[in-house]
Design a protein around this ligand. Structure first.
Ligand SMILES: [Zn+2]
Length: 380
């Protein structure tokens, strides 16, 4: 049977508008963060915040580092609150949300707490290294961050995600059997499949491969499990298994390692410039220079965004191809169409939007690839 060749239908004005607003919210959030960092550095308010932190911490350096970081996170979140609320309302307006205002407020509080705790620990570690090893701090900090990145990838599905969503091992026996068969064909072991209670907050559907080592698992949104046929779910599972077979999570960590290496090198260079030439700070270990370090990483990820997204799209195409080869192509196509409708995804975004912002190929391209594959491998 050959799939009927289709050209993706044009996206409705509603879909285009929804995605355009979301994109602008993303850009706005980025611009606001950037402005905050620049203002702190240019006006010298970062020094004022540091002095405040010292006073609050009774002149203890490490306590002051934590306090300064928490204040920075608090200011950042307070500034972004308006846009966060707008995104919440946007999802509601498009009937994509199952969340009440109280749930959203609670999520904001949790996000702030998790962000503040994580950021404090990281910044504490960073300035401990800068203080102890002012010469080679940037290489040691890079190594430290690698360890943290691996640890976080490992802990995220068991520690971080459950703060925001409920998860439980998949109960469906039929799906489990299908999955084991898929894994056997792939010569890989599926360590676990979890039902992700996404419907508590959203009407969208999603699935992902998460974790590392013993915590590696596929998570499937309950919204997907309830509305998709077993064949369609198998196609989604095959895609996620493709990520596992092609080792996309470890590869992602390697890429991240390369990026952060450049980041820390550049941070060291700029910090020395700021301290030695501009006399903005007395020493490298003056934590009022934190916005400068963050700024360098923000700029770096901005410059590299198209390249990193291209890398991600390459991985997604690989995972899709794996799904074509190991599950039913018609189910893959129908699951993609369902996902696009359910999540209000643009099937055919403009070329430059896809190139700059998209971590996945557009649905239109994924459908075209599936149909192309089906035609090339037609057995009739
Ligand atoms: Zn994927």
């Amino acid at each position: 049977m050959s799939a009927t060749p289709t050209v993706a239908p044009p996206d409705s004005p509603e879909v285009r508008r929804y995605n355009r607003i979301r994109r602008w919210l993303g850009i706005g959030e980025f611009a606001l963060g950037l402005a905050l960092l620049l203002v702190l550095l240019i006006t010298g308010w970062t020094n004022w915040l540091r002095d405040l932190a010292y006073r609050g911490a009774g002149q203890s350096y490490s306590l002051a580092v934590a306090l300064y970081t928490v204040m920075l996170v608090l200011i950042g979140r307070a500034l972004g609150l308006g846009m966060d609320f707008y995104s919440f309302r946007l999802e509601q307006r498009h009937q994509l949300s199952n969340q009440k205002l109280s749930g959203w407020v609670w999520d904001q509080i949790k996000e702030f707490l998790v962000g503040a705790i994580l950021a404090s620990l990281l910044v504490e570690l960073l300035y401990f290294i800068i203080r102890q090893f002012p010469e080679h701090w940037w290489i040691l900090a890079w190594l430290g961050f690698l360890v943290v990145a691996v640890l976080l990838a490992q802990l995220a599905p068991v520690v971080l995600f459950p703060i925001f969503y409920k998860f439980e091992p998949l109960q469906d026996e039929e799906l489990k059997v299908r999955l084991v068969r898929l894994g056997e064909r792939a010569g890989t072991r599926v360590r676990g499949v979890y039902k992700w209670h996404l419907s508590e907050k959203s009407k969208k559907a999603n699935a992902a491969l998460t974790g590392l080592g013993t915590t590696r698992r596929i998570i499937l949104a309950d919204t997907l499990l309830s509305d998709y046929s077993p064949d369609e779910i198998e196609a989604v599972l095959a895609h996620e298994l493709g990520h596992q077979v092609h080792r996309h999570i470890p590869k992602g960590i390697v890429v991240q390692a390369a990026v952060t290496f450049v980041g820390f090198w550049a941070a060291n260079w700029w910090l020395h410039y700021a301290v030695d030439r501009w006399h903005m700070f007395e020493t490298l270990s003056d934590f009022a220079d934190l916005p400068l370090i963050v700024l360098i990483f923000v700029m770096l990820s901005f410059i590299l965004m198209p390249a990193l997204n291209a890398f991600s799209r390459f991985n997604e195409r690989q995972a899709d191809r794996y799904a074509f080869e190991n599950s039913s192509i018609t189910s893959f196509i129908s699951s993609m169409n369902k996902l696009a409708d359910q999540n209000l995804a643009e099937r055919t975004p403009s070329r430059w939007v896809e190139w700059w912002f998209y971590s996945h190929p557009s649905i239109g391209r994924r459908l075209a690839a599936a149909e192309g594959w089906a035609k090339a491998n037609a057995t009739d």
